[in-house]
Design a protein around this ligand. Structure first.
Ligand code: MF3
Ligand code: CO
Length: 253
């Protein structure tokens, strides 16, 4: 069942989203060769707590950290720790904040220092594929119109779309209905309605779409070892344009 949010609930979600965006901004500034993913986790957690929120991910099904930090061929759910970022890496940071009973959730992939052209293109296309999907985040479209737009955009540029993990509704729970695949035929699934809150999160690979989970039972990597990028925002469906609640003003493209 998809929970429709009231305007008061959306206000609460906007506050959680603002904190997620703030944490992402600070992390972006901190990413450089030599920093560890554990240090990035500390930075994000401090901001989340200082703003009266808690980290949505910490303790979620036993997840041990506040953020996910997934390096290079790691797709999602990388556990922050001793990994030292080095020039040429790319790192996907996923952050969730919970305040007043509501979650916000967003992810970004960043280059570390100077990275090669193909990696930069992957990051850019992943972000752009989200905004392609966003065009369909309006009353009158159906959910799979969003999914289809993302897939089409990424595949036309010769990247592949991860199938095994998907976006999700969000609100009182971090994961609510509906599941939001980043692939599929258009014109299917629920009709979008005012008050839906959706975490849309394309995960895009340079090589094949197949992934596997490491022995730590969290880290998801590409099976072929190719680079992967992730871009996610929490989006509110309205009568008019959708509202992205997890983008800071300086970031809006
Ligand atoms: N943004 C991710 C998601 O939507 C975050 C989950 S990480 C977890 O699933 F550790 F909390 F599982
Ligand atoms: Co999410």
């Amino acid at each position: 069942m998809i929970v429709i949010k009231t305007s008061k609930e959306i206000e609460y979600m906007q506050e959680s989203g603002r904190i997620v965006a703030l944490a992402h901004e600070e992390i972006r500034k901190a990413i450089k060769p030599g920093v560890t993913t554990g240090e990035l986790d500390q930075i994000a957690e401090a901001i989340i707590l200082a703003n009266g929120a808690t980290a949505s991910f910490k303790g979620y099904h036993g997840y041990p950290a506040s953020i996910c930090a997934s390096v290079n061929n790691q797709v999602i759910h990388g556990i922050p720790g001793g990994i030292v970022l080095k020039e040429g890496d790319i790192v996907s940071i996923d952050i969730g904040a919970f305040k007043n009973g509501y979650h916000g959730d967003a992810a970004r992939t960043h280059p570390v220092g100077k990275v090669d052209e193909k990696a930069l293109e992957l990051i850019k296309v992943t972000e752009e594929s989200f905004f392609e999907g966003l065009k369909y985040c309006r009353v009158g479209y159906r959910l799979s119109d969003v999914s289809h737009a993302i897939q089409k955009y990424a595949e036309e540029r010769n990247f592949s779309v991860v199938r095994d993990f998907v976006g999700h509704g969000i609100g009182r729970l971090m994961h609510e209905d509906p599941p939001i695949p980043n692939y599929g035929a258009p014109g299917r699934g629920p009709r979008l309605e005012k008050g839906m809150a959706l975490a849309i999160e394309p995960m895009i690979n340079i090589g094949d779409f197949k992934v596997k989970v490491l022995d730590d039972e969290w880290t998801v990597i590409t099976k072929d070892g190719s680079l992967s990028a992730h871009y996610e925002n929490t989006v509110i469906i309205t009568d008019e344009a959708p509202i992205i609640i997890t983008c800071s003003k300086s970031e809006v493209t």
